[in-house]
Design a protein around this ligand. Sequence first.
Ligand SMILES: *Cc1c(COP(=O)(O)O)cnc(C)c1O
Length: 374
Amino acid sequence: MKNPPNYPQLEDNAPLLLGPGPSNVPPRVLQAMAAPMMGHLDPIFLDVMDRIQHLLRYTFQTENSLTIPVSGTGSAAMETALSNMIEPGDPVLVCISGFFGERMEEMCRRYRAEVEIIRRPMGEVFTIEEIEQALKSRPAKVVAIVHGETSTGALQPLEGMADLVHAHGGLLVVDAVATLGGNPVLVDEWDLDVCYSGSQKCLSCPPGLGPITLGPRAEKTLAERETSVANWYFDMSGMQKYWGKERTYHHTAPISSNLALYEGLRIVAEEGLEARWARHQASAEMLWEGLQGLDMTMVVPEAYRMTTVTTVRVPEGVDEAAVRGRLREEYNIAIAGGLGDMKGKVWRIGLMGHSARKRNVRRLIGALDKILHG
Ligand SMILES: *Cc1c(COP(=O)(O)O)cnc(C)c1O
């Protein structure tokens, strides 16, 4: 083996992150990451774990005792939610209106569920009636749905959905990766059975942790499983022993990531959820106005548009990748292109967590104006 080249240390170029995650991380959270290492059973860390659980319950608006950050990104939390609720042969209904719904379906199949799917075109949302119809023709033990579909910018209304699913004997599993900490996610009020998220979106922490909460029905389902969870790492009954009273080693918690999450959640609590939701709303409205002022149109009608991720149509004749390249090169601003069917046709602009500020919107609109209209 030859010696590797003498690679340079990375420059600090601090891009403004206005894509669908990760979002910019506040300095306090970055500093928390730099704290000296401690053991995963250190008394100070055990206290931090308790506080994280408390702060997560606030953030999810729930009293659920089983509320912890899974070690891994949002997809790891998705994997946890589905693998813990599904046993081979279980009937599962997956509601798909974009890329992350597809990911849920793929996971359900790997856990050998009997998967049925219903679809809405990208950018649209489901009505309660559509789900009711599907459950009438075939009941499901688990109904899986995405709250904020990051690939399309559509916000799925959830009020009343759990009642319907429960009436048909099922559990409702909700992906709130792109909404928790940005849009209201009211786990207890909406009676969600399982809800999960990711640290790097509206919570503005580094990627690497996936907060999840399990309600009483989900805990019961987990306790009454006939087969063990198909993976070892994400088995909540193992994680529960480490995060709960027993404090038994399960796996080494990613210490620095958890210290960062602690600080990030402290910031959420300091600001207050309602003020945080209002900040996301106000900056999103300013973005929509600014984009309309540049003669662009949003993909999703305002009635069910996410405030945390906006999809906007690329104007006729414009090379979307070139514009994104110039935004990154000349203005140090990062946004994203479309996924799946929307590739090449839309930009996805995230205003998540720390990034959701009017001054950032002004910077982006100004830069887009210069690039598009010289
Ligand atoms: C980002 C995202 C995920 C996946 O999270 P990762 O942290 O990338 O693993 C899942 N669902 C939604 C809605 C997302 O926005």
